[in-house]
Design a protein around this ligand. Structure first.
Ligand code: OGA
Ligand code: FE2
Length: 441
């Protein structure tokens, strides 16, 4: 599920819809990444430009030592200006840096985002997202039960009956909603849905038997789920608005200066910093949230290309965000914490939490924010930085995802919340030759 969040999220950012043919027809900035031998990289920003060489073998990622939870150090990130850096967790390795941004910098970033225009995050929405009137649609679904092609799988009883006891119970309906529709339903919302759809007769002791399921109008249920997702922000995986701000050599001087500060903070080579994504600025209103997710895509196949290096626009790419630096840009009246669900946990494993068969309420931060192991309250100017991936010991480049980095943003209860994300992407040993799409150096 976490993975599907990210795929959808990324399709929103990178427009994964086009085929590779589409991609090749469009003029792209970096047309021709071309390589020589293993250690030397030639990258062209233009097909006719002469390639220049870069020594990628010098790129080595670093992780700053956490020492222990609560450890405090002072680091000089600006000329004669020291910043406090506190270790908040070891799993994932996470630091808090209070007053990393000045008030003026926070306000400046917010105003740049407003100038550039914010748009609603579409994470978790599919193209079939509900747009109509519920009563009209229910009447239509009563007249025609046929499912759209991409929803036919929902006719399979075992898609729903996860524990295979021959019945679909309320939890299994919630499980289906979460895994298949990225919809977060509460327990009491399941019988309420059946009542609203005039399908209560299908429930015996709150469960649906196989025989009843065979005669059930599934289309009504699916359409109702789309309706909830569209109309009720609380049910969405993410409810926020966002803007992207470029941060390369041609960008705003304050943002560029910030990049220098994060170079010192992370101790990463310039090449890695230059290949980071544009800054994402996010605004949340009351009910705004981002349920549990990973910023980097876990992948069984390490040869799948990283999206930030995907010059040929292959649809199957994964997000390779070595580090997240998250800045709080304002003080929130109430709520809006960032929650790390299983940070430093010794009892629950990430695999248990991600178990396909479990209804993972823990991911729903509108309900379970304060059950998370590490809850960081938003404070204007504070930055938190964590590592989404380990370092591959052979190459010193991007290694596997640290599943303990699972996190999200809790509901804003009062006021609004503004944050910015800097995602520092990194190459893997399979992609060490390929320049980041964000690197304009
Ligand atoms: C994100 C995120 C957390 C927060 O934007 O990826 O995890 O506190 N945000 O808003
Ligand atoms: Fe995140």
């Amino acid at each position: 599920m976490v993975r599907s969040f990210l795929v959808i999220l990324f399709c929103a950012f990178f427009s994964c819809e086009g085929t590779s043919e589409d991609f090749e027809q469009k003029p792209k900035k970096f047309m021709k990444p071309c390589f020589n031998e293993d250690e030397l990289l030639n990258v062209c920003t233009d097909p006719i430009e002469i390639c220049h060489e870069e020594r990628t073998h010098e790129i080595k990622l670093v992780r700053i030592e956490g020492v222990k939870k609560g450890h405090v150090r002072w680091v000089e990130l600006e000329e004669r200006k020291n910043y406090k850096m506190i270790t908040r967790a070891l799993k994932p390795l996470l630091f808090e840096i209070p007053q990393f941004l000045s008030d003026e910098e926070c306000e400046h970033i917010i105003s740049l985002a407003k100038e550039s225009g914010l748009s609603m995050s579409i994470a978790g929405f599919d193209r079939a997202a509900y747009e109509g009137d519920l009563d009209e649609d229910m009447a239509e679904a009563d007249g025609n039960w046929t499912l759209d092609h991409d929803e036919r799988f929902a006719k399979g009883f075992f898609v729903w009956d996860v524990n295979k006891d021959g019945f679909i119970d309320a939890n299994e309906v919630r499980h289906f909603a979460q895994k298949r529709k990225l919809l977060f339903m509460r327990e009491n919302e399941v019988p309420a849905m059946f009542e609203r759809l005039e399908l209560s007769h299908a429930l015996e002791d709150g469960k649906i038997s196989r025989q009843v399921f065979a005669k059930l109008n599934i289309k009504k249920i699916l359409w109702y789920m789309d309706f909830l997702k569209e109309k009720s922000p609380r049910h969405r995986p993410r409810y926020s608005q966002q803007a992207w701000l470029r941060q390369d050599k041609n960008s705003d001087p304050i943002l560029r200066r910030l990049l220098e500060r994060i170079t010192r903070l992370t101790q990463l080579p310039d090449k890695v910093i230059q290949g980071g994504e544009w800054m994402q600025v996010v605004q949340y209103d009351p009910f705004g949230h981002y349920h549990g997710h990973l910023d980097s895509t876990p992948s069984k196949d390490p040869t799948i290309p990283c999206c930030h290096q995907n010059h040929f626009g292959k649809p199957d790419c994964r997000v390779c965000r070595f580090i997240t630096i998250l800045y709080y840009l304002n003080d929130v009246e109430e709520g809006g914490e960032t929650a790390f669900l299983i940070a430093d946990n010794t009892t629950i494993t990430p695999e248990e939490l991600e178990n396909e068969n479990a209804t993972t309420d823990e991911f729903n931060l509108s309900v379970n924010c304060h059950m998370a192991n590490l809850v960081v309250p938003p404070k204007k100017g504070t930055a938190i930085m964590w590592y989404n991936n380990f370092i591959d010991p052979d190459s010193g480049l991007l290694g596997s995802v640290d599943r303990y980095s699972l996190h999200g943003g809790c509901d804003v209860i009062k006021g609004e919340k503004w944050i910015a994300n800097n995602w520092l992407t990194a190459p893997t040993k399979y992609s060490r030759h390929i320049k980041s799409l964000y690197d304009t150096s």
